[in-house]
Write a protein that binds this ligand. Structure first.
Ligand SMILES: *Cc1c(COP(=O)(O)O)cnc(C)c1O
Length: 429
């Protein structure tokens, strides 16, 4: 496939933008080659500047659960634009989306809108600290919670792909309040809590991890964390920036039946516009300014255009529960097909899958945490990625990402993906 324009744009971009991209994982560094510059997207397709079209399985890293350029969302945005782009004062839509989220997401009594997932997690931790009067929190190795200083420790995907699990620029003072445990290891959490009694404000995790590839919580893991938090007065925070409105309309907390004290949201919540949010129990959220003492603010938070896109997205999901059965079917068909190909070719690789999230890991180990994820053959993944791209299927350009499905995928698309997958895997043997 021709990529002259993308290559020229990337060379220009590198002169003016660090690494030529505005977010590191876009740079194809982990898979070789140059990133494609995208001109437009429609349904399940990305169309690049050279006119190539790809079936894609990232969906803007999660948000586009209905596929790209969905007419309902496009029309809502255009209509909202006619009244102006930002007011810096409250609007009716903010009330509507807040009320709808409290109906959809089990743990949320009150919600605050921000502009990204990063802001949501930073703010949630601050509120948990303010509420408990404690400084430390526990996070899990390989979980990503945005690029806030205190989270950039064993932070998965982007950082992992770039080969620096911890970022320079994060002070030792900040890092010392972040306690690390392996994912799915309740014993390690017990030990940390015991060694830091009455000092742990929060436990934050991805209830299904998507940032070291897709890794599911073991049976009893989420329940065990709920129990520890109840016993120790710790705020349990599910980072549902990825899983929220994706694994069910109430996210992973609804799908797995474990209610955290707070959760963070992003990606799907903005329908493709930059939106994040954090919410939770009434008595915790009442600590947030101006109701309470914990300060958190945003000039463009609750932006009217972003809220129009988000509200339309959430209303659609709330009134179309069949979206989730449809996505589960697409996911199961794809992953079953991939597993059948692996078996027929005698390849020992692992798949993890839940609903519309999955990863094919180039390792024969079960992937249950950061350590097992790191056993993947990333060179082989790079060849697989490039092979799929040549066949017109655009995957996440890193082994350590989950793929995200959308309702725009028909059974013909799924067949096309599976055919490409079989051809490319055959070529790797
Ligand atoms: C993407 C992501 C974030 C960060 O969201 P941004 O909008 O990129 O700042 C936080 N947590 C999880 C689980 C994510 O997947």
């Amino acid at each position: 496939m021709e990529s002259k324009k993308s290559t020229a744009l990337f060379n220009e971009a590198k002169k003016f933008i660090p690494g030529g991209v505005n977010s590191p994982v876009r740079a194809f560094k982990a898979v070789g080659g140059n990133p494609l510059f995208i001109r437009r997207a429609d349904g399940p397709y990305l169309i690049d500047e050279d006119g190539n079209s790809y079936i894609e399985l990232i969906n803007s890293w999660g948000p586009m659960i209905l596929g790209h350029n969905h007419p309902k969302i496009r029309e809502a945005v255009i209509k909202a634009m006619e009244n102006g782009t930002s007011f810096g004062a409250p609007t009716e839509r903010e009330v509507q989306i807040a009320e709808l989220i409290t109906q959809m997401v089990p743990c949320v009594d009150k919600i605050r809108m921000v502009n990204s997932g990063t802001e949501a997690t930073m703010s949630a931790i601050r509120v948990a600290r303010g509420y408990t009067g404690r400084d430390k929190f526990i996070k899990f190795e390989g979980n990503y919670h945005g690029h806030g200083d205190s989270f950039l420790i064993a932070a998965g995907s982007g950082a992992m792909t770039m080969g620096n699990p911890d970022s320079p620029g994060v002070t030792k003072g900040t890092a010392k309040d972040t306690l690390l445990a392996p994912y799915n290891d309740l014993e390690a959490v017990y030990r940390l809590v015991e060694a830091n009694r009455d000092q742990v404000a929060a436990i934050i995790l991805e209830p299904v991890a998507g940032n070291m590839g897709c890794v599911l919580p073991d049976t009893g893991f989420l329940e065990g964390l709920r129990k520890i938090c109840d016993e120790e007065g710790i705020v349990l925070i599910f980072d549902e920036v990825m899983t929220g409105f994706r694994l069910s309309k109430g996210g992973a907390q609804e799908r797995f039946g474990v209610k955290p004290d707070m959760c963070t949201l992003g990606k799907i919540i903005g329908g493709g516009m930059p939106v994040g949010a954090y919410g939770g129990k009434r008595e915790i959220m009442e600590f947030v300014s101006p109701e309470g003492p914990v300060y958190q603010a945003g000039t463009l938070s609750g932006n009217p255009i972003a809220m129009a896109a988000g509200l339309t997205m959430l209303e659609h999901l709330n009134s179309h529960p069949e979206v989730y059965t449809e996505l589960d079917t697409i996911g199961t068909t794809l992953v079953t097909g991939i597993q059948a190909t692996l078996r027929s070719l005698g390849l020992p690789y692992t798949t993890n899958h839940v609903g519309s999230m999955y990863t094919l890991f180039f390792t024969k180990q079960n992937v249950v945490d950061f350590e097992s994820a790191k056993t993947c053959d990333t060179t082989l993944f790079g060849r697989y990625f490039q092979g799929m791209l040549q066949k017109g299927v655009y995957l996440a350009p890193s082994q350590f990402e989950s793929l995200f499905l959308s309702t725009a995928l028909t059974s013909e698309h799924v067949d096309q993906i599976l055919t490409a997958n079989e051809t490319v895997l055959k070529g790797l043997v």
